[in-house]
Design a binder for this molecule. Structure first.
Ligand code: HEC
Ligand code: HEC
Ligand code: HEC
Ligand code: HEC
Length: 377
């Protein structure tokens, strides 16, 4: 299957993952009781070059440690020491440190005041939804302002499944689907842009297209029995990678089905449409065009809305014994790196992995920017 998976948000998985939010994170193994003054000596010798004596990372991708929760700092140092986190320099350094050293240096950085966030003003952040909305203006002439087209032969994009949208846009982008107008409209978009556009259209309310001018919906229905397993009851898909067909433009559907006989390469689809006559295709298109469309699952439309879920564990008022780190004012590159690592299974934390696996790079970037732009706590 031609499935250019970009790690776009699996929408149904988001609500699932966020449901895990109400879980309380595990408290630190033992309440650390470090000696900050003894920790300062270690910090001055071994940590200052990268983390600063004031706990501010000296370069992008080095995390700030100032005012971070003490149990979290201790836990993460243990993880480097025990090889659960793989950073080479920290693994070597912590290998030679005693339990007491770890506690003391954690206590030192935790005792520092939060870094006044000079970078905050420089960090641009916008939600993928807002960004997608802006970019979608270039598509409005043909696909309609909110993704509901009224031009026969031009598909509506409103409510369409987001993984599928990204894959479809990519096919034009790479020239796999022949359509010159579409190709030029998309020439300059990068992959985060594509995800943002898809997210925006996916969350719009779809409107049923004009009644088909040919074909017999009633005759088409029985032939769609084999399609429902993938495209959903009446063509309203519930799978993020499979397009909805309900209420789509009939002329477009007809052409799309036929194109699997020739230019569009998808073995799953080709098998099901190969035996259909032109009359069958016309009837099937008429049937799906007459169905009531249903939008893809609800998407969080703002970064703040998403961050509110994260704050349940990560914010200051989440309680001093919790092992979840503070993130406001943290270095942006570091946050992006950490979130991708959880998502891609490269950093251990079952809670965070469940939280972050459905996130696309576009969403990770906007969440990281948002946290970085907030005053440190
Ligand atoms: C050579 C530069 C360097 C030095 C020296 C260094 N660190 Fe780090 N530190 C990093 C980088 C880079 C990361 C992010 C690593 C990763 O991807 O896991 C990090 C991560 C950490 C973290 C995890 C923070 C978090 O939010 O998860 C802690 C805690 C930490 N360092 C403490 C220390 C302590 C204590 C010392 C001194 C004993 C030290 N580091 C010395 C570069 C350094
Ligand atoms: C000049 C008119 C025009 C513009 C502008 C345009 N499109 Fe299209 N688009 C079309 C037509 C016509 C088709 C159907 C092409 C085909 O038959 O393959 C299409 C098809 C698509 C499809 C495939 C839908 C499906 O169900 O498989 C996607 C996705 C898409 N366009 C996205 C976009 C995006 C995103 C933009 C803006 C960046 C855009 N288009 C701009 C005319 C346009
Ligand atoms: C095994 C699962 C499966 C079955 C069964 C299936 N499809 Fe599909 N269909 C897909 C997938 C996946 C795609 C997206 C493929 C791509 O990216 O080109 C697709 C794409 C399509 C499209 C293009 C939609 C668009 O917006 O461009 C149409 C039309 C379509 N299918 C109609 C049908 C019909 C009619 C049947 C039954 C005769 C059917 N499909 C059976 C999985 C399936
Ligand atoms: C159920 C509680 C919980 C929720 C909700 C949660 N997290 Fe976490 N998060 C944790 C815990 C616990 C850790 C520490 C895991 C570890 O030791 O690696 C963590 C670690 C992180 C880190 C690593 C930070 C660092 O300094 O290394 C990032 C980044 C992060 N979370 C981002 C998020 C984002 C973004 C969200 C919301 C989409 C979120 N988290 C929601 C509990 C949670």
């Amino acid at each position: 299957m031609k499935n250019s998976f970009l790690g776009l948000v699996a929408l149904s998985a988001i609500s699932l993952a966020l449901a895990g939010c109400t879980d309380k994170p595990a408290p630190a193994a033992k309440a650390p009781t470090g000696d900050a003054a003894a920790g300062k000596i270690i910090a001055a010798k071994d940590c200052k070059a990268c983390h600063g004596l004031d706990g501010k990372g000296v370069a992008p991708a080095i995390p700030n440690l100032a005012a971070q929760r003490e149990p979290y700092l201790y836990n993460s140092l243990k993880e480097y020491k025990d090889g659960k986190r793989s950073h080479a320099a920290l693994k070597n350094m912590t290998a030679n440190m005693s339990e007491a050293d770890l506690r003391n240096v954690a206590a030192y950085f935790a005792s520092l005041p939060p870094i006044a966030n000079a970078a905050a003003g420089d960090v641009k952040h916008s939600s993928p939804y807002e960004k997608g909305k802006t970019l979608a203006a270039a598509c409005a002439k043909c696909h309609g302002e909110d993704g509901n087209s009224t031009i026969p032969g031009t598909p509506s994009l409103a409510g369409q499944q987001p993984h599928y949208l990204v894959a479809a846009i990519q096919e034009y982008h790479q020239g796999d689907r022949a359509k010159d107008t579409m190709r030029s409209a998309l020439r300059d978009a990068d992959s985060a842009d594509l995800e943002s556009i898809a997210l925006y259209f996916a969350s719009q309310k779809p409107v049923k297209r004009a009644a088909p001018t040919r074909g017999d919906p009633a005759a088409g229905e029985p032939a769609t029995a084999v399609c429902g397993g993938c495209h959903g009851a009446n063509g309203a898909s519930v799978d993020a990678a499979t397009p909805s067909l309900a209420g789509q433009d009939a002329q477009y559907l007809e052409k799309a089905i036929k194109s699997y006989r020739t230019t569009r390469k998808n073995w799953g689809m080709q098998r099901y449409v190969a035996g259909l006559s032109d009359k069958d295709v016309e009837n099937i298109a008429a049937y799906y065009a007459s169905q009531t469309p249903r939008a893809a699952d609800q998407v969080p439309t703002s970064t703040q809305e998403l961050a509110a879920k994260c704050n349940l564990c990560h914010d200051q008022n989440a309680g001093p014994t919790m092992a979840a780190p503070k993130m406001r004012g943290q270095d942006k590159d570091y946050l992006v790196m950490a979130l991708r690592a959880y998502r891609d299974g490269k950093r251990e934390s079952s809670t965070m992995h469940t939280m972050s696996f459905p996130y696309s790079n576009a969403i990770i970037d906007s969440l990281a920017s948002w946290y970085t732009s907030q005053p440190a706590q």
